[in-house]
Write a protein that binds this ligand. Structure first.
Ligand SMILES: [Zn+2]
Ligand SMILES: [Zn+2]
Length: 182
């Protein structure tokens, strides 16, 4: 794992949970390296409402209360760890081996707190595609991301193209109706 992108990766983990996605490779890697077991449904249900509210608040750039509530419910236990020799010392916001809800709550809460406070490397947004309620993490260089996935991006491009064609067709003069003054 590239720990230079630590906050961004934890933000991705928070977004994945808020979106209700299946566990990603990133999540599996985080859990394996920090000896956290994949949570069952009950453990996730304990965490999700507060986490989803916090992700939503970060995507909308405020209010800050939901992030503070998540931090109060799962206070980060901040320390430096060197368990990953290749990556060197990096920040931890939870203890290795904690139960998944606590580990995720503390780690994701701390990451979301960084992002809403203007972490320069990452933002969280809402997909702009019609009818899509998913969140995404934007760590692109110019922060130009607008969609959760390529599927939503191309779906929106196609819809915009069809709408443009419709407008153009409506504006075109109908054959057979010539100017009476001609
Ligand atoms: Zn670690
Ligand atoms: Zn989408």
């Amino acid at each position: 794992m590239r720990y230079v992108a630590y906050i961004g990766n934890l933000a991705k983990l928070a977004v994945e949970l808020a979106n209700g996605d299946d566990p990603s490779d990133l999540r599996r890697e985080f859990f394996a390296q920090h000896r956290v077991a994949e949570p069952d449904g009950a453990a996730l249900a304990e965490l999700l409402p507060a986490l989803r509210d916090a992700v939503e608040a970060v995507a909308d750039a405020g209010p800050i209360d939901p992030v503070n509530r998540l931090l109060a419910e799962f206070p980060p236990s901040i320390h430096v760890s060197t368990h990953d020799e290749a990556g060197g010392p990096h920040l931890h916001f939870a203890r290795n081996g904690e139960d998944a809800a606590s580990w995720l709550g503390r780690s994701c809460g701390a990451a979301l707190a960084h992002v809403i406070s203007g972490d320069p490397d990452v933002t969280v947004g809402r997909c702009q595609a019609d009818g899509c309620a998913r969140f995404y993490v934007d760590d692109s260089r110019n922060r130009s991301r607008r969609f959760c996935s390529n599927t939503c991006a191309s779906r929106t491009t196609v819809a915009a193209y069809r709408a443009r064609r419709k407008t153009t067709a409506a504006a075109r003069p109908r054959p057979g109706r010539t100017d009476p003054s001609a």
